[in-house]
Each structure stands twice: as structure tokens, then as C-alpha cells.
Design a protein around this ligand. Structure first.
Ligand code: ADP
Length: 197
């Protein structure tokens, strides 16, 4: 199995790049944002609870997203690997993920961290808000709050994976294809290294 985390602040292009990466490397895409939006769409109790937090730009509780990821892993026992997008977003989620993967006798192979300046993030998110229908992309204050949450709670997740030398930074500026090429280069290097061992 080859499991990768696509990491980066809101608006850094994780969703766009994930779509391309899962096709090329035959991975299962696990986006907690998408899973939560599907719960909201289906008006489940979990979705209703999550919606009020998401609309404010806050994170939903760890146990909720960990539960969703655990079910998704169980639902795909034959997967060749998972691409985690928007997860883990806290240190507790990172620890839970490591344990879940350990149970499957596998681990996180690499964390690719997209780097984009804050002004560019806000610009992209407001632009996405014009067409996406996402409430959290329309309001400048909510966007700023999401970026603050990222600095407060999510950046420590990169420290967690730095300890095991798994973090590779990739510039998230340029065309979609240029960024995709940079990500693929790092993944191919990692796969070549794994096969060599
Ligand atoms: P973006 O990265 O553009 O903010 P996402 O779709 O990944 O978009 O997330 C949207 C919202 O869903 C977040 O602001 C947060 O409220 C919630 N969310 C998504 N993933 C997680 C997670 N792993 N832990 C807690 N909350 C999450």
C-alpha cells in the first residue's frame, strides 16, 4: 500500500491536485471536507452538527472525523493506497491515523505540503466562493478564521510527520499542471526509494 497525505492551508489546491493524483496512482481519495459536506447534503445528525462549525470556519470535533476515516478505511479493504486530503488536521487526528494504519500493517509513506502565500489563499477562496456554493468560501471573516485555525491547530501536524522525515514541501504557485508535475516527481522519488529497500 502507498498512503499519502496532501497537506496545506485552505485554498492551497489540495482538492484539485487530489483528483489528478488518485487517477494517476490508483489511490482512494479520502477528503474529510467532502465526507462532511455529503453528511450535510443528506441532512444527517452528524451533518447538522458539523454545518454550524464549518460555517464559522471552525474545525469539527476530532472524534467525528476520526470515526469517518476509520469507516472509510474499513470500507476499502482491497485499496492499493489512500490519499488523505484535509486530514489529519490536528495532532490528535495524526496520532489516530497512525494507529489505524498500523492496524492495517501499513503507514503514511509521505506528506506533501503545498505552500501558498496567505494573500493568494484568500484570493482563491473568495473566487471559489463565487461559484462553489460553499458558505465558508463567501465571507472574508470566515476565510480568515479558517486560516487562523490552520495556524493554531493544523500546522503542528507537519511537525508530527517531520519527526519521521516524511514531509516534503512543494510550491503551490504556478499552473495546475506545473504543481501536479512537482507532486508527481516527489511521489515517484519516494516509490523508487521504497522499491529499492
Ligand atoms: P478547505 O481545506 O478548503 O478549508 P475542506 O473541504 O478540507 O476545505 O474543509 C472544510 C471544513 O470542513 C473545514 O473548515 C472544517 O470545518 C471541516 N473539516 C474538514 N476536515 C476536517 C478535519 N480533518 N477535522 C476537523 N474539521 C474538518
Amino acid at each position: 500500500m502507498f498512503n499519502l497525505i496532501l497537506f496545506g492551508p485552505p485554498g492551497s489546491g489540495k482538492g484539485t491536485q487530489s483528483e489528478k493524483l488518485i487517477k494517476k496512482y490508483h489511490l482512494n481519495h479520502l477528503s474529510t471536507g467532502d465526507l462532511l459536506r455529503s453528511e450535510i447534503y443528506n441532512k444527517t445528525p452528524l451533518g447538522l452538527e458539523a454545518k454550524s462549525l464549518m460555517d464559522k470556519g471552525h474545525l469539527v470535533p476530532d472524534e467525528v472525523v476520526i470515526g469517518m476515516i476509520s469507516s472509510a478505511l474499513e470500507a476499502n479493504p482491497k485499496s492499493q493506497g489512500f490519499l488523505f486530503d484535509g486530514f489529519p488536521r490536528t495532532s490528535a487526528q495524526a496520532e489516530a491515523l497512525d494507529k489505524l494504519l498500523q492496524l492495517k500493517k501499513t503507514n503514511v509513506a509521505i506528506m506533501l505540503a503545498l505552500e501558498v502565500s496567505e494573500d493568494e489563499l484568500v484570493r482563491r477562496l473568495l473566487k471559489r466562493g463565487e461559484t462553489s456554493g460553499r458558505h465558508d468560501d463567501i465571507n472574508d471573516t470566515v476565510i480568515r478564521e479558517r486560516i487562523l485555525e490552520y495556524h493554531r491547530k493544523t500546522s503542528p501536524v507537519a511537525e508530527h510527520y517531520k519527526k519521521t522525515g516524511k514531509v516534503v514541501k512543494v510550491a503551490g504557485i504556478g499552473s495546475v499542471d506545473e504543481i501536479f508535475a512537482s507532486l508527481c516527481k516527489e511521489i515517484d522519488k519516494k516509490i523508487a526509494g521504497q522499491n529499492h529497500n
